[in-house]
Write a protein that binds this ligand. Structure first.
Ligand SMILES: Cc1cc2nc3c(=O)[nH]c(=O)nc-3n(C[C@H](O)[C@H](O)[C@H](O)COP(=O)(O)OP(=O)(O)OC[C@H]3O[C@@H](n4cnc5c(N)ncnc54)[C@H](O)[C@@H]3O)c2cc1C
Length: 409
């Protein structure tokens, strides 16, 4: 029988940490539950490159839970303080104010930071990153009508922020060294089609890397690979990935390798500590997986951590999923497109909703949809059940996906 802890402290109030707290209470955890978050309030990050950056939402709008939720759920919320040290032998965590909290079990949900590549000039105050709400606030104040913004990186966050900035009347240049940003995640056809939408919205795109930045006080000069002359911008946004926050884990000797290593039940290498979300990497079947870095994955980690602590059945695994929005398009993706040997297009890009499916020997392994979330929902069921489909039937938009799901094996 599992020994259910009498007190749990969760460090980090992103979707991973709050999701763990919610899943623990939903699963019947009756012990003491404390959530420590460095920011003023536990908040959600996806809006930071979308409606929040556009100025359509404020911090209260993107709070992960309403203020009463914590009292209602019996979650002791400690905000505006960071955990600065862990004392595993005494089962204590130290806060920045000098206070300590006792914890039978600890859940690290510390997320990460936006990466800054080690290039000359990237520490200039005119060079922005986007992970936290204060970084979004600073970037937003630079997005004034007619400002010239260089976005470095055409992946999820770079593309979303570029789209939001263009909508605000900012003159955006987007560079990425990859010929098709997001190709691995969504496949070449959809990746190229999505990237081409930037130009339609007045964004100038270029396949190139940033070489250096020179801060000129109110503007920067950006040297871009293969450009003879540096270009002048009012601001730069680096959208080049994240760095997991593993400091606390490292100080107590947890196994860390570009993420806190966890098993399928979110256990770390120390029996006192579980870890969830963007700060982690899973080892499964002896293989270290890449960090998931998506909202739903962090939430599912929280559900798994809660099941582990409560000794209840683990949730049924499901194919990884994420969404992203740009230029008024809603994109969803499920599965692993890079594992597909064949890709099938359902619908016509540019002519209403469409989806692209990845098959491997006829079995559905991935799908990505533009304005067609039902397609991805159906694809997820097919991936989870290992369904084999006819590519011809799939490509025919008159084929009902539910029917296809029922009649395929
Ligand atoms: C701009 C942006 C847009 C995104 N858009 C999408 C999207 O459209 N779709 C999608 O699927 N995913 C999206 N994501 C990814 C998604 O937001 C993350 O996967 C998710 O936030 C991960 O949750 P987390 O709880 O692991 O980490 P985080 O959300 O990073 O939360 C970690 C929290 O821990 C706190 N913390 C860290 N150390 C300490 C400490 N020592 N003491 C106290 N508190 C601490 C931090 O303050 C932070 O709030 C986006 C991310 C960003 C940044």
């Amino acid at each position: 029988m599992t020994h259910v802890p009498s007190s749990v402290v969760i460090i980090g109030g992103g979707v991973g940490g709050v999701g763990t707290a919610a899943a623990l209470r939903a699963g019947g955890f009756a012990g003491e539950l404390t959530l420590v978050e460095a920011a003023e309030v536990p908040y959600d990050r996806p809006p930071l490159s979308k409606a929040y950056l556009a100025g359509e939402q404020d911090l209260a709008d993107i709070a992960l839970q309403p203020p009463d939720w914590y009292d209602d759920q019996g979650v002791r919320l400690v905000t505006g303080e960071t955990v600065t040290a862990l004392r595993p032998d005494e089962r204590l965590v130290e806060l920045s104010t000098g206070r300590t909290l006792a914890a039978d079990t600890l859940v690290l949900a510390t997320g990460g930071h936006a990466a800054r590549p080690p290039l000359p000039g990237v520490d200039s105050p005119l060079v922005h990153v986007l992970r936290d709400h204060d970084e979004a606030d600073r970037l937003r104040s630079a997005l004034v009508l007619g400002a010239r913004l260089l976005v470095v990186g055409g992946g999820l966050i770079g593309a979303e922020a570029a789209s939001t900035a263009a909508e605000l009347g900012v003159e955006v240049t987007l560079i990425d060294p990859a010929p098709i940003p997001l190709e691995l995640a969504v496949g070449a056809e959809v990746g190229a089609w999505l990237h081409a939408r930037h130009a339609e919205h007045g964004i100038s795109t270029k396949q190139a890397a940033l070489v250096s930045i020179e801060d000129k006080g109110t503007v920067v000069l950006a040297t871009i690979q293969d450009d003879p002359e540096p270009l002048e911008f009012d601001a730069v946004l680096l959208g080049v990935g994240m760095r997991p926050e593993t400091t606390l884990a490292e100080t107590i000797g947890l196994e860390v390798d570009r993420g806190i290593i966890v098993d399928a039940e979110q256990r770390t290498s120390h029996p006192w500590v579980l870890a969830v979300g963007d700060a982690t990497r899973r080892r499964s079947n002896g293989v270290l997986r890449p960090r998931a870095e998506h909202w739903e994955a962090a939430q599912h980690d929280g559900q798994r951590a809660a099941a582990t602590l409560l000794g209840t059945a683990q949730p049924t695994p499901t194919a990884p999923w994420f969404w992203t929005d740009r230029h008024g398009l809603h994109i969803e993706s499920v599965g692993h497109m890079n594992e597909a040997t064949d890709r099938v297009l359902r619908g016509t890009p540019g002519d209403g909703p469409f989806s692209a499916w990845g098959l491997r020997d006829g079995t559905v392994v991935a799908a990505v949809s533009v304005d067609d979330p039902n397609a991805v929902r159906a694809a997820r069921r097919m991936i989870d059940r290992g369904v084999t489909v006819s590519a011809t039937a799939l490509a025919d938009v008159s084929t009902d996906l539910k029917h296809l799901l029922r009649t395929s094996r």
